[in-house]
Design a protein around this ligand. Structure first.
Ligand SMILES: NC(=O)C1=CN([C@@H]2O[C@H](COP(=O)(O)OP(=O)(O)OC[C@H]3O[C@@H](n4cnc5c(N)ncnc54)[C@H](O)[C@@H]3O)[C@@H](O)[C@H]2O)[C@@H](O)CC1
Ligand SMILES: [K+]
Length: 243
């Protein structure tokens, strides 16, 4: 399905617009829907009935992309998966993020800190996939530590362990795509609200492309020059390619 994209700059403006005084969404609301949609994409790609594996490693970054990952982990648990979250640089700017972490503890979801051994979950036979919620549309290469090492580890395992990237494959330039050598190639990309330009660089033979974050009416989409996506029923994601 052909799709329009919005640049990183326009995506940030779209976000501000949604959360501005006129429309009035809160970040919490949008993040809940974003994380919920990513969990739905994981369930669609890796249905629980098709495998005995249930563990999902969620890598959460310091910004809002990471917040989507924290929410996603909670929904994955509700769906029947066993998520484990690696959160090396917790967001301390707003108390909302520590509340999301408390909710994970309430759900008995392990949250590993920077010093803990997260790579064991890359090697575990029980792991279904890795959710890459490290960076989204505000990422500016080159990547700083500890995230560079994390990406190297992901690159090493990506042929045997699928990566599900949230909004933007981490390490890719949001507008240009995979500009760094050894960029990760996700098996699934879940663009949020509307794909960013880097999504047009994915190879549909390698990467299943979904859009999620179902929170704008048609008029708003038209303002940002894209068509609303053909979500079915109560689905929070729609597959764009291959279809
Ligand atoms: N309207 C939408 O589509 C929504 C988007 N949300 C999510 O919010 C994301 C954007 O969130 P943010 O603006 O917080 O940004 P990101 O989460 O993309 O990243 C910002 C963080 O990354 C760090 N960073 C940037 N470049 C780096 C580098 N080279 N090395 C190491 N650290 C680096 C920054 O210091 C900052 O802490 C979207 O991609 C999406 O996942 C949702 O949470 C809410 C709704
Ligand atoms: K990401």
């Amino acid at each position: 399905m052909p799709f329009k994209t919005v640049t990183s700059k326009l995506a940030a403006q779209l976000d501000r617009d949604l959360m501005g005084p006129e429309i009035g969404f809160t970040l919490e609301q949008l993040m809940e829907l974003a994380g919920f949609s990513v969990a739905q994409a994981v369930l669609k790609e890796y249905p629980l009935a098709a495998s005995t594996k249930t563990q999902v490693l969620v890598l959460a970054g310091p910004g809002n992309n990471g917040g989507d990952g924290l929410v996603c982990a909670r929904h994955l648990k509700l769906f029947g998966f066993h998520p484990v979250v690696y959160y090396p640089k917790p967001n301390s700017k707003t108390p909302f993020f520590s509340r999301l972490v408390n909710q994970l503890k309430f759900f008995n979801i392990p949250v590993l800190n920077v010093d803990e051994n997260w790579t064991q979950f890359l090697d575990s036979d029980s792991t279904v996939c890795v959710v890459d919620a490290l960076f989204g549309f505000s990422f500016k290469p080159p990547v700083r530590e500890p995230f560079g090492s994390i990406l190297q580890q992901l690159h090493k395992v990506q042929d045997r362990l699928p990566i599900v990237s949230v909004d933007v494959p981490t390490g890719w330039d949001v507008d240009e795509g995979p500009v760094e050598p050894n960029s990760i190639i996700p098996k699934v990309l879940v663009s949020l609200t509307v794909p960013k330009p880097c999504a047009s660089k994915i190879d549909s033979l390698e990467t299943q492309h979904y859009v999620g974050g179902r929170f704008v009416p048609a008029e708003f989409a038209h303002k940002y020059k894209f068509e609303p996506f053909p979500y079915e029923n109560a689905d929070q994601v729609v597959k764009l390619s291959p279809n």
